[in-house]
Design a protein. Sequence first.
Length: 370
Amino acid sequence: MIAMHRAARLRSMPIQAPRRKPGDCPTIRLQSPNRKPGAFFIKAPRRKPGDCPPFHLEAPPGKAGIALLIRPRGFTLTELLVAVSIVLVLMGLVSAAVAGARGSVKKQSTKSFIEKIDAVIQEQYSRYDSIAVPLTSIPASIANKSAGRAWFIRRNRITGDLPDRWSDVQFMAETPAQFPLDSVSGSQRAYIGFWNGMNPKPTAQFQGAECLFMIINVGGVADCLDCGELKGVARGDKDGDGAPEFWDEWSNPIGYLLWPAAFELPIGTRFFSAPDTPAGSLRQLSLPFPAAGGPPPGLGMRPLIYSAGPDREYGVETNINQANIGSSSDPGGLACGDLTMSPTSTYGGKASGPEYRADNITNFDDEAKQ
């Protein structure tokens, strides 16, 4: 109680700083309210020239008191630097957290876009298994007529309705003997008109993304002509060639590859199993022309829809200068979608140059994790 009483009185005592000679450290006398001197003193022994220590308040000899540490007002340079450093570190942590959250939102939004587009393409793709093909449409050079039927659908319907390169659209437009307007599908007829009306012609740089946009907004596949669920997908013309694309959240055109036979997910592992793998292998592909039996028209492949991701680099092999419909001969387009032959055998693998595929976002991501 006595100590608390003295502490209370000490807080109300004025401090007087007497005059001192230049170079002396301050010695301050603390007086009580009743002006009785000698109550407490501040002792500040000099440690070295020009250096005065913090004030230390203590009771005179033989007196009970309370010791207090009194520092001069203001901050030292070191204290300011430490405070600034702490603030900068905190700002860095907050900025990193905000950037990470924004990146996650962009990835999820792009994934949602791709899923919506993929749903439209897959709905159309699933319709080809039940298409009837006249025997007269199957070339005589294909002995297995079931395999011939699958080839015809793969080339004349799937690749014609869902092209991923302008060379295939150009082939249909400039080869009426094989793709007469009175017998092609409505989508193909729309593509031919679209191609003929374009001047100048589109470039090959983003042709997969541009063909994907054309398929949905011109071809109207799966009864989707710019359908409502795709209204919110960003779009633009990245290369300024007059052919627009769907864009991801980083303003990259969303890529599209029809026959991704060599696609890897994860990197280094084929997403589709080769035909010679043991029966029952995951996503096993079929040979295009077996001696007997009829393979599915798509041979087990499905179109790849993908985003370049935050680094804006795709890193996926597309062989953009190769045609599908007109590839090989006897009959023409024999290698269309043939996973055992070039160029299809290389589609979807690693492109030449550095490895950029690690941050790609695709319509196969969820399936690869299962």
